[in-house]
Design a protein around this ligand. Sequence first.
Ligand code: F6R
Length: 608
Amino acid sequence: MCGIVGIVGNKEVAPFLLSALKRLEYRGYDSAGIAALNNGKIEYCRSKGKISALKDKVAQYPVAGTVGIAHTRWATHGVPSEANAHPQFSDTVALVHNGIIENYEALKAEFSAKGYNFTSETDTEVIVALITFNLKEGLKPKEAVYQSIQRLEGSFAIEVLFDGYPDMIIGARRGSPLAVGYGDDEMFIGSDALALAEFTTKISYLEDGDLVVLHKDKVEFFDEKGNPVQREIVANHASSFTIEKGEFRHFMIKEIFEQPKAIEDTFCSVYDKETGLINSANIPFDLTKVSRVAIIACGTSLHAAMVAKYWIETYAKVPVDIDSSSEFRYRNPVLDKDTLAVFVSQSGETADTLAALRYCKKHGIKTLGMVNVPASTIAREADCILQTMAGPEVSVAATKAFTTQLVLFAALALALAEKRETLPLPEIKKMAKMLLDIPSIMQDFLKETESIDKIAKDIVKDAVNALYIGRGSSYPIALEGALKLKETSYIHAEGYSAGEMKHGPIALVDQGLPIIVVAPFDKYFEKTFSNMQEIVARGGKVIFVSNKKGIAAAIKHITASIAMPDVNTFVAPILYSLPMQILAYYTALAKGTDMDQPRNLAKSVTVE
Ligand code: F6R
């Protein structure tokens, strides 16, 4: 989850490293650091907190040199502190690391016994100890790194500077991603294409187990056996986007408002205007032969998968299994060769989702990655991809990534329905047209968000707990609403299917508990309505999210309402996601929490 970047250059690297770190801040932001080689000597600066804190510190204590490495941390071992920030270093090396060293305790004990003085609580420092010892044994830097990584269990992407080697960075990876960028008389290395986007459009991805030696005029790759290898140079399509909020106060609200455009771009990428149907040419499998769809994802992406289950089973009549990525490969899933496994991930780097993808590939299952970052590892490793066209999502809380995933899943359900002839063609075209119409309906909805702001301030802000309920495809939307609220405002929130209330959660209902009822006017409405009345009878404060008709029916029971446009059940989950996001945003705003970078979280979860 940490972000790393390095430059072997021909000008002072500190400002460039800091700007690259800013772009990598989505990977972690509890501490950061940079190191550079000044006339062959290591200089460094580290700081607790965000990149802005490091920037201030570097202004005070400059780090000079044209070769340097940098790191932004998401703590795994040891609290966020200056001592635990990277680079970790010894008298001969400075090193940054993304990943987890699983056998670090054994290695720490071994090197402590040999007299190595550990100064941090990190797992990373054992890599420094290993390399330092190997150098003292007389090994050259490349060999010292190679021998050291053979002793490591776990995942890592590392970059290392060596005292006395003024024109060199060595990198290596296993499990965690690493890419090299080619410049003009300068070379770059970083966690992903995004990190390198402002420097170059030419990159190579390291394969698992690779080691790379960077000089400003050449790059040498070695495979896991230590043999020299070539790695293909590809175009870096990651946009060198500027991290600007424009007219908005926060990225989260900016990204909420970007949804009409993101959805339009996403849907148009799979919609065939000529036929009015979905173009599934990107999926090189015979969709008539798919016996089961397995969807594997984490967090918000998992909620999109849960909505997809309703759609695909209802409209295409294909059974769908949903798995949380972290559980999937450990539960010995029964998969047959006609299963289509779909891996949903905004970042395309989520460690558990990636591991699940590799598990399926190993078992000969057809794999489809649904990602927002086309240069990501999942995108590169899946048999084929569907790309959400959300553009870079900076806010840690996923918003536009979610609704664009929903749109792609809705399109996939229609493509399956067409190929399997489970719906008549005119019906499919009608449903595709509903998806086409969403951006303008969303646009209108986004014009009126003050009432949600008021609900956030008057009802939700001071709550300790909140419940979200819904039925059918509104159930995952309730889950997503609860996730958004808890991660951005730190209010404990849970989502339940409305029918589950009586099986336990209703015991929580009292006058201080806001309950957000997601109730489109669909076939579930009457039942959800009854559940809402049961809550009201026990003193719960209901915030009712429905269309005008639904609200009119509920008005005398409820504390507040959010009026939704009249839309077909099929597309309702996409529209009903908006009030969930906006309520979370305004609640966080009212509470003064940092909703763009909430505590303890990171945008890309690259460790298990
Ligand atoms: C919540 C959120 C997370 C991510 C999850 C998966 O707002 O963003 O729950 O959805 O970490 O991330 P990706 O989609 O990148 O695999």
